[in-house]
Design a protein around this ligand. Sequence first.
Ligand SMILES: Cc1cc2nc3c(=O)[nH]c(=O)nc-3n(C[C@H](O)[C@H](O)[C@H](O)COP(=O)(O)OP(=O)(O)OC[C@H]3O[C@@H](n4cnc5c(N)ncnc54)[C@H](O)[C@@H]3O)c2cc1C
Length: 303
Amino acid sequence: MQYFSEIKGEIFKNKSLAPLTWFKVGGPAEYLFTPEDKTDLIQFIKKYPSHFPKMVIGAGSNLLIREGGLSGVVISMKNLNTINLNGENIYAETGALDMSIARKASMMGLSGLEFLIGIPGTIGGGIKMNAGSYGSEIKDILIDVEVIDNSGSVFHVSQKELKLEYRKNNSPKDWIFLSCNLKGVKSQTSIVRTKMKEIINDRKNNQPINQLTGGSTFKNPKKLKSWKLIDEAGCRGLVLGNAKVSEKHCNFLINNGNALSSDIEDLGEIVRNRVFDETGIGLEWEIVRVGKKVHIKREGSYE
Ligand SMILES: Cc1cc2nc3c(=O)[nH]c(=O)nc-3n(C[C@H](O)[C@H](O)[C@H](O)COP(=O)(O)OP(=O)(O)OC[C@H]3O[C@@H](n4cnc5c(N)ncnc54)[C@H](O)[C@@H]3O)c2cc1C
């Protein structure tokens, strides 16, 4: 592809995306581009036709990629991982891991970012999802974001302009987040570390964090908990093919090892239907599902 002629990063054709996601399922990207740095990415976007398909991937911790894969280019942000401290603010490129930002903040005794220690994504994915936990969300700590749009224009927007809601970012879909400024509050390293340890322990006890999963499958409906609705609908431990509803936290779907992407997605739909039949509530997917659907014969049915 001519648009890759002057890039410095890596480019692969027909590259499987499964290893780049937590679920470890899914088909290939027509092109997988890993820019060497921010300038490399900006130069590429300026040349790449705005109507051609493209998608960004962070840590792949909230993504279910279908077997048919993705046309166009998938851009991995993993090399855009600079984190700099600036007083009580933190500058981070959006491929930086939430956990790395939390650790850096704790070293400087900055409080407010502890919740990031438990979110296994990048800060770019966090901004896109308005990720959150333990009573905090990205919206609370975000000052502004550097963006590149489809036309290749680079500009800054404030947190308010993103119109963040619960697990939702209302900014234009073509925006790629390049870097951001985050704010903390001066505290003490020991206090911040204690809070982070509590979060880590709580997650170990209550979530299947060592399994192939995409985190919370469905958003919580207002004033309700999805896991509770799923449990009450009798879906805890439900199996389809090689996918399973986690016994430990039933808003998590698990790839037992050889699951197809469609096992996971179809199991999610069965759960949605059962919850709807039981309660009349339509659960909304939090996991981002992308790629072409293809029909692959599955072994067995659900039990
Ligand atoms: C074990 C586990 C626990 C989890 N716990 C939580 C939790 O407590 N709270 C929570 O909110 N989430 C949680 N998640 C979900 C997930 O970690 C978050 O949504 C995270 O913010 C996703 O970041 P990512 O880099 O992995 O994004 P990806 O999964 O790679 O992508 C998600 C979406 O963001 C877009 N995106 C990624 N980077 C950019 C960018 N730079 N610019 C524009 N768009 C971008 C992608 O195109 C995609 O649409 C959990 C997941 C797992 C596996």
